[in-house]
Every structure is written in structure tokens, then in C-alpha cells.
Design a protein around this ligand. Structure first.
Ligand code: HEC
Length: 150
């Protein structure tokens, strides 16, 4: 038989334990990524413009970016890295050019492949959205996405 006071102790003890756990996890989340995950000094006007282009054209309706979005098309959080060629070392400008070329070449019309529409972006918007995606690749995400393919 459990006494009233034993039940109360379990209640208070349990509550305190989980309250402590919550505080510890919140504190841990602040130190999880050493330093900040993003470098504000690299947030150029072009990157900010690219984010607007990204939003205005609803790229997220088909794509995910760092896991957020729709699952119709590839993850783009690491697209700049993935698309910069076979080099071991990530070259941001190569990735940026590859993304711009890709967007301009859509749709491919390849049978059996999902198609991406052409957005008829201006040169400035095209460059900006590619810069935004390349900036996203520099965010410290603790290795997310887990695979190069996203
Ligand atoms: C209607 C859905 C759709 C929308 C909206 C869309 N895409 Fe795509 N995108 C795709 C599909 C599908 C693919 C993959 C096609 C393939 O592999 O042949 C793709 C591929 C890509 C790739 C190449 C990724 C890789 O790893 O090969 C990039 C970069 C890209 N999209 C950027 C964008 C940007 C930037 C926008 C917004 C301006 C956008 N997409 C909007 C459907 C979409």
C-alpha cells in the first residue's frame, strides 16, 4: 500500500527532477554549438536579397532548407557544397555558379524526373538567391543534413 505521503514525495520529487532536467537542457542548448552558428559579418546585402527571392518564389513549397520545407525536391541547405564539383575542398564561387546555371536551365524536360519550373529571374535575383544558398551552406549545423545528397 502506498501512503499519502509517499505519493506526495514521488510527485514533488518527480516534478523537481524534471524541472532540473529542463533547466539543464536549456542551459546545454546554449553551449551546444560553440560560438554562434552564423557569422553575421558575412550577411551581405546580396545574401539578404537572395532570401527575399527565395521567399517570393516559394522555393520552399518544393524544397527543404536545413530540413524545413516540402519533400518534393532536394534539400538545399548544402546545395552550394554539393554542386561545386568533385573537388574535395568546398569552393563557394564554383557552387554559386553551378546553382545559377542550374536554375537558368530549368525545366530540363528529362522524362521520369521531377521538374523544376523556370522562374525567369533577373541576373541580380539569380545571383542573389545563389549567394543566399551558398551562405546557408556556411551555417554551423553540427553536420546537418547528414548525407551529401541532403
Ligand atoms: C515546383 C517545385 C519546385 C520549386 C518551386 C523550386 N524547385 Fe528547385 N528543384 C525542383 C526539382 C524537382 C528539382 C530536382 C530536379 C532534378 O533533379 O532533375 C530541383 C532542383 C533544384 C536545385 C538543384 C539541387 C541539386 O542538388 O541538384 C537547385 C539549386 C534548386 N532546385 C533551386 C531552387 C530555387 C532557388 C528555387 C526558388 C527560386 C526552386 N528551386 C524552386 C523543384 C522545384
Amino acid at each position: 500500500m502506498q501512503t499519502k505521503s509517499a505519493a506526495r514525495n514521488i510527485f514533488y520529487g518527480g516534478s523537481l527532477f524534471f524541472l532540473f532536467l529542463l533547466i539543464a537542457l536549456v542551459a546545454h542548448s546554449h553551449f551546444y554549438i560553440t560560438g554562434t552558428s552564423t557569422d553575421e559579418s558575412t550577411l551581405s546585402a546580396e545574401v539578404l536579397r537572395g532570401k527575399k527571392v527565395w521567399e517570393h518564389n516559394a522555393c520552399i513549397d518544393c524544397h527543404t532548407i536545413l530540413g524545413e520545407g516540402a519533400y518534393f525536391a532536394p534539400e538545399l541547405g548544402n546545395a552550394c557544397n554539393r554542386m561545386d564539383g568533385d573537388d574535395e575542398k568546398f569552393v563557394m564561387s564554383d557552387g554559386k555558379q553551378a546553382i545559377m546555371d542550374w536554375i537558368e536551365a530549368q525545366p530540363t524536360g528529362t522524362p521520369g524526373r521531377r521538374q523544376m519550373p523556370n522562374f525567369n529571374l533577373s541576373k541580380e535575383d539569380l545571383s542573389a538567391v545563389a549567394s543566399f544558398l551558398c551562405w546557408t551552406t556556411t551555417i554551423k549545423t553540427k553536420g546537418w543534413p547528414p548525407k551529401e545528397s541532403g
